[in-house]
Write a protein that binds this ligand. Structure first.
Ligand SMILES: [Zn+2]
Length: 141
């Protein structure tokens, strides 16, 4: 029987295992992502939102990056809600200082093109590593 409410105690460790946080600004998937609808690898980052959870808002992990992708093939939109380290939240606040005038709503949003420019200017490689081919019989699927 599937449990629909999972244990979230180690969400930070799971996110760090799947997402590379080392550039300090944007989580990068450690492997290429497939579109959940058409299965193609045509996802492009679109809307990015970093946020600090409100007091009393559920989790022990207070900082998130909601990273949205759009599929260039079938137009599906998929969001990942990634637990990020506090240091990433602090750094993004420094990069977008004018966004936090409203301290009651601790959210920073950016378009992918703007974040890409920042990463390019910093010389950050943001491509996931190429998929390792599993040892097998050479057939796909
Ligand atoms: Zn698709």
């Amino acid at each position: 029987m599937m449990k629909i409410f999972k244990d979230t105690a180690k969400a930070d460790e799971r996110c760090a295992a799947f997402w590379d946080m080392s550039n300090g600004i944007l989580p990068i998937p450690r492997r290429e992502l497939n579109c959940p609808s058409c299965r193609k690898r045509e996802l492009t980052a679109r809307r990015i939102r970093w946020r600090k959870l409100f007091p009393g808002e559920g989790s022990q992990f207070k900082f998130r990056c909601d990273l949205g992708f759009k599929c260039m093939n079938c137009s599906a939109v998929v969001y990942h809600g990634i637990v990020i380290p506090r240091e990433m939240w602090v750094k993004v606040n420094e990069l977008f200082p004018d966004q936090l005038r409203d301290q009651a709503r601790p959210v920073i949003t950016a378009q992918a093109r703007d974040v890409r420019k920042i990463l390019d200017d910093l010389g950050v490689n943001y491509e996931p590593p190429p998929e390792e081919k599993p040892e097998g019989d050479g057939t796909d699927e």
